[in-house]
Every structure is written in structure tokens, then in C-alpha cells.
Write a protein that binds this ligand. Sequence first.
Ligand SMILES: [Zn+2]
Length: 201
Amino acid sequence: MSYRNPRESKSRPFPWPCADCYTLTVVPTVMDYTAKVKHDGVIYELLIPSLEVPRCQTCGETYTTNAVDEQVSDALRSRLHLLTPAQIRKGIEKLGLKQQALAERLGVAPETISRWVNGALIQSRAMDNLLRLFFALPEVREALQGASQDPELGIEVDQKAKDPCPPRLAASAWRRLDVRRVISQRQEFALLRPFDPVGKN
Ligand SMILES: [Zn+2]
């Protein structure tokens, strides 16, 4: 396991004392680092190659720092295809929103947004989906209005939304239908031929 050194400070010079074997031999070491992290209740094992980690040269104990945490978080976001802090910040900026306003419209605490943006917290899959919908779809932004949101929103299912064939897929779906029609006509023809009384007989 990795220790978090309580006396960690950016200015504190190496070597650090090891909390395990008490030698003064903890120095930055480039190594393939394995971290176990929990997200949405599932534990993921991540391998981060060539990561600089404070490591005891005597007993091999490793130490977690903010820089290590950041690399581990980046690896987890990348593994799970979650929006990065930079992507979230960009989305908020593009919409010209204050973090406070976004928080109100999504229904989360303003501190939560600021922690997503500064990388201190990784959003859940559900919140990642909500952010993506909010950034990508004007209809979603129109619907999620915070305090002035329509209290009836979502109580009834929009019948238009029941169409399982989104417009972008319509053309290819029609082509597939066409192919099926041709195949079934051929099968019909093949089936009919032997019994065709006005055929070769
Ligand atoms: Zn040690």
C-alpha cells in the first residue's frame, strides 16, 4: 500500500524519513505504479507506467502525493471515458455560465462543480452523463432551469421520444429494410417456382 505522508509539502526536500522502516531514504523514483481506486462502488486496478513516486530505497514502501493522485485520477478518467476537468471547464465557459448557475441547474452543490473542475473529485457515471447531455443538447439546457424548472417535466413520457429510430440512423435503417425486402422477394420467387404451373412444365 501507499502512505500519504502527513508532513508532505511541496518545499520539503528529499530524502524523506520512511514511516515503515524509519530510514531517511525516501526519494522520487520512476516506476510502474499500480493503484487501486474505487469509483461508483467498483474497485479498479490501474497501472501507470513510468510514474514518479516517492519510494523508500530501503524497504520499497511508496508514498502518495498530490501529483501521484492527479496521475491516478487521470488514468481512471481515461479508463472509464469520463469527461476531464478541462473538458468540463471548457463546456461551462462555452455556455458562458457561472459554476453557481450550472450547479443550480444540475441540482448539485456549487462546491461539487468546483471540485470537478479543479480535479479534486471525479464525477459519477450518472453525473458524467448529465454533464454530457447538458453540454451537448440545447433541449436539455432548455428543460433544466433550476428553481424555475417546470415541475411537470418528466412526469409524462414524450410520445415523440418513443421512436427507436433516431433521424441520423433513418437512412441506413431504410437501406437495411430494402435489402430484406429484396431477399424476401427472391425467397418468395424460389419457393413459388417449383409449383408454378405456367413455368417450364
Ligand atoms: Zn522504508
